[in-house]
Design a protein around this ligand. Structure first.
Ligand code: HH2
Length: 268
C-alpha cells in the first residue's frame, strides 16, 4: 500500500504532493514500483496535528482520486479518513477501501457506510487523538488491550452489516504508544489476526525507529522500514503501508519467494 498524503502538514512528506499533478505523478510512480493499493489521505494524523473540516478534507482528496481514476481506472484506492462524509465522497469517486485510523470511534456513520457500499474497512487502534496521543500513553498490557479493542470494533462493524471478508485490522504503530509499546506490538503481530482477517502494518518512517537506532533524521528510517516489512511478511502480515514502495515491495517479494518454497525436500 503506497502512501499518498494530500496534506500541507504530514510528518514526512507534507506539502510535497498537495497539487493534483504532483499527486498523480507520485501515484504513477508508486504503481509502477509495485504498489497494489494507493492510500490517499487529506488529514495529517502525525502527533500534535489538528483536525480539518470534512469540506476541506474532501476538497483535498477528491480531485486526486478523480484524476487517478480517470487515467488509471483499475487502481485500488483506499481513503485514509475517519469521517464518513469524506469516505462516502471518495467511494463515489472510485475508492474501494476505507482506512479508519479511529477504528470506528471517529464517526458513528462509518460502519453503516462501509456495510452499504461493501467497501473494505481497515480498523486501526489509536489511544486518544493525534493532538495529544503521545502525552505519556499508558497501558497495563498493550498487546491485550489493542487486540481487545480491535475485536470489539470488529464486532461493531459486523453488527452494522459489514462482511467479515471486508475487515482488516491494524495495531496502529505510533498512535498513542511509547517506543516500548510499539516494539511489543511488533513482537506480537500475530495477535492482531482477529478471526483470521488480514493485518495491515504502518511503520514507514515513524519516529520510534529513529529512537531505537539513535538516528533522528528522516532519511535514516528508510532501511529499518524495509527490515520491518520483511519481518512482518514473515509473520503473515498481508498489507504494508509505506512511502518508499520499491524497496519494500522487493523485501516482501523476497520473503514471499522463500515462504512459497514450502516444507518439502530440496528441488535440486
Ligand atoms: N499511519 C499514518 C496514517 N494512516 N493508517 C493505518 N491503517 N495505519 C497506520 O499506521 C497509519 C495510517 C501516519 O503516517 P503518514 O500518513 O505518513 O503521516 P500523516 O498522518 O502525517 O499523514
Amino acid at each position: 500500500m503506497g502512501i499518498l498524503n494530500v496534506t500541507p502538514d504530514s510528518f514526512s512528506d507534507g506539502g510535497r504532493y498537495d497539487q493534483v499533478e504532483a499527486a498523480l505523478a507520485h501515484a504513477r510512480t508508486m504503481l509502477a514500483e509495485g504498489a497494489d493499493i494507493l492510500d490517499i489521505g487529506g488529514e495529517s494524523t502525525r502527533p500534535g496535528a489538528g483536525e480539518v473540516s470534512a469540506e476541506e478534507e474532501r476538497a483535498r482528496v477528491l480531485p486526486v482520486i478523480e484524476a487517478i481514476m480517470a487515467e488509471m481506472p483499475d487502481t485500488v484506492i483506499s481513503i485514509d479518513t475517519s469521517k464518513a462524509a469524506v469516505a462516502e465522497a471518495a467511494i463515489n469517486a472510485g475508492a474501494a477501501i476505507i482506512n479508519d485510523v479511529t477504528g470506528l470511534l471517529g464517526d458513528s456513520q462509518m460502519a453503516r457506510l462501509a456495510a452499504r457500499t461493501e467497501a473494505g474497512l481497515v480498523l486501526m487502534h489509536m489511544r486518544g487523538r493525534p493532538r495529544t496521543m503521545q502525552q505519556a500513553p499508558r497501558y497495563e498490557d498493550v498487546v491485550r488491550e489493542v487486540r481487545d479493542f480491535l475485536e470489539c470494533q470488529g464486532k461493531q462493524a459486523l453488527a452494522a452489516g459489514v462482511a467479515q471478508e471486508c475487515l482488516v485490522f491494524d495495531p496502529g504503530i505510533g498512535f498513542g504508544k511509547t517506543v516500548e509499546h510499539n516494539l511489543r506490538l511488533l513482537k506480537h503481530l500475530e495477535e492482531f489476526r482477529v478471526w483470521n482477517c488480514p493485518v495491515l502494518l504502518g511503520v514507514s518512517r515513524k519516529s520510534f525507529m529513529g529512537a531505537v537506532l539513535d538516528a533522528p533524521e528522516l532519511e535514516a528510517r528508510k532501511w529499518p522500514t524495509v527490515a520491518l516489512t520483511a519481518y512482518a511478511i514473515e509473520l503473515g502480515v498481508r498489507l504494508i503501508r509505506v512511502h518508499d514502495v520499491r524497496p519494500n515491495v522487493h523485501a516482501a517479494r523476497m520473503i514471499e519467494a522463500i515462504i512459497s518454497q514450502g516444507a518439502g525436500a530440496s528441488a535440486d
